[in-house]
Ligand binder design. Structure first.
Ligand code: SAM
Length: 296
């Protein structure tokens, strides 16, 4: 991230969610009415263009052509995570922690979350921009949301979370979407240890990239332009995991893996047959783990 600036990749995700939300109800996977509010120029202009019939298809087509698979992967995983959070509410989840929340608007748009405490944890530079945008569109910031500013590469979560009212004994859903790949290995390790101290049975849903994309980017579609774009915004990919090592990697930290899916699989789950034509970003994975040993 560039110092003093909100994360650009967080804004990219908000753009993809805003574009999806502009589609007719029968064709979209979700509606995120706040996504547009987080966009700065020129992305805001892109979403205005996307309401014009004809351009509505052209804008995603252009993005998909230039950065294959990125938009469709973000859109499908947004829905996948919405569904996972909804399912967890049936398991008596008492608090939701969103690590590296960026412009995630789940706290404001998902039914059921108003009844629990939601912690939005993020780098202060991104969080400042988000709070400003929320201040413009919401008359009051909802009471169930608590904001926690932290740089994962510099500080540990324990003291800041306790100070914000996080309860270690409460059943928790921790979401860590789109972040591990920008951190140091040490920051990922420390954060996972913190997650594992949540009440047994709590859930951690996080995304990560296949380690090979860091060492053999040429083996994956679209990485050349993607890497150049990420370098331009100061958000290079830094950390990945070999999927076959994930169960052991998590077990060592007190977490048991429940599922681990790549972009091709979660796109197919939601886009069905249309997913066959979607290529790129297959290295981007979503893992769900439970706190405690298997079967908890
Ligand atoms: C790609 S965005 C993902 C945002 C959101 N979770 C989503 O999926 O749309 C990456 C997020 O990680 C946060 N981030 C990156 N490096 C960080 C760090 N060192 N400490 C805290 N947050 C960080 C950024 O502020 C940004 O919100």
């Amino acid at each position: 991230m560039r110092e003093g600036h909100a994360s650009r990749t967080a804004e990219h995700n908000a753009l993809f969610r805003a574009l999806e939300s502009a589609l007719p109800e029968s064709r979209r996977l979700f509606k995120d009415p706040l996504a547009r509010a987080f966009l700065t120029w020129p992305f805001a202009v892109v979403t205005w263009l996307a309401v014009v019939p004809g351009l509505r298809e052209l804008v995603p087509w252009f993005i998909d052509n230039r950065w294959p698979g990125v938009r469709s992967s973000v859109v499908a995983r947004t829905r996948l995570i919405d569904d996972a959070i909804a399912a967890s509410l049936g398991e008596r989840t008492e608090q939701l922690v969103i690590l590296g929340a960026g412009f995630d608007s789940r706290a404001y748009r998902l039914p059921g979350l108003r009844d629990i405490t939601v912690f939005e944890v993020d780098h202060p530079d991104t969080q400042t921009a988000k709070r400003k945008a929320l201040g413009r569109v919401l008359s009051v910031l909802p009471q169930h949301v608590r904001f926690v500013g932290i740089d994962f590469n510099q500080r540990e979560l324990e003291s800041v979370m306790l100070a914000a009212g996080y309860r270690e004994a409460a059943r928790t859903f921790i979401l860590w979407e789109g972040v591990t790949n920008y951190l140091t290995e040490a920051a990922v390790d420390t954060t996972l240890w913190w997650c594992a101290r949540a009440s047994p049975g709590s859930l951690l849903l996080f995304t990560y990239i296949h380690r090979d994309v860091l060492t053999r980017p040429g083996a994956f579609i679209g990485t050349e332009r993607l890497f150049a774009s990420l370098a331009k915004v100061g958000e290079k990919l830094t950390f990945g995991i070999e999927p076959s090592e994930l169960p052991e990697f998590l077990a060592k930290r007190g977490l048991s893996l429940e599922s681990d899916v790549g972009a091709a699989e979660y796109r197919e789950r939601y886009f069905k047959d249309a997913a066959r034509k979607m290529r790129g970003h297959e290295f981007y994975r979503v893992a769900l783990a439970r706190v405690g040993p298997p079967g908890h």
